[in-house]
Write a protein that binds this ligand. Sequence first.
Ligand SMILES: [Zn+2]
Length: 230
Amino acid sequence: MLTLLGIFVIASTAIAQPAAVKPYVICIDPGHQLKGNNQLEPIGPGATVKKPKVSSGTSGVATKKPEYVLNLEISLKLRTELEKRGYKVVMTRTTHNVDISNKQRSDIANRAKADLFIRIHADGDSSPKTAGFSVLYPSQSNKYTKTIYAKSKKASELIYQGMKNATGAKSRGVVPRADLTGFNWSNVPVTLIEAGFMTNPAEDRKLSQASYQALLVKGISDGVDRYFGK
Ligand SMILES: [Zn+2]
């Protein structure tokens, strides 16, 4: 019995590890760009409701840094870490001077057949006291995202937990949204990380620290690993 079991284990290990394992593909979208584009596009396939192609985002009250700069900083570090962990990463942008609408960002993830589409943003609020990170996913009632709802929610929850563990930062929950163009055009599981509030002076400064960005990236990557069962 023991001998037989031993043979079985060796055989199944050999089958489970073929020579070349195809890596999971992650598409990272650093939110916004140098200049917003207020031309309108439909918020989903066949939608009559339209929203600006890409808004200009918030900016740091203490650092004076535009959100699009912070988003790309974090995104490039996330790319490096995910590649180190064996993922194939596709970026929607690696420079600021681009003009890519939120629909077009989803198109890039769809074309790449991404296993997960991660959108990186930072938050803003009228009150400087508001702080904390959150993770957004397409809501269950949203007709555009029925097929990606469950996986998107799961990925969002695991990334949220990973970020919580890694940063210990104040957090505001995992939040369903039906109004985001970049969700509604996506055919692949999608999540949007609001890394923190740039309108809160302390959090704004923290978000720009290399050491804190490393914690954010570790937390997100740990969540991604758990989503793919690693
Ligand atoms: Zn944003």
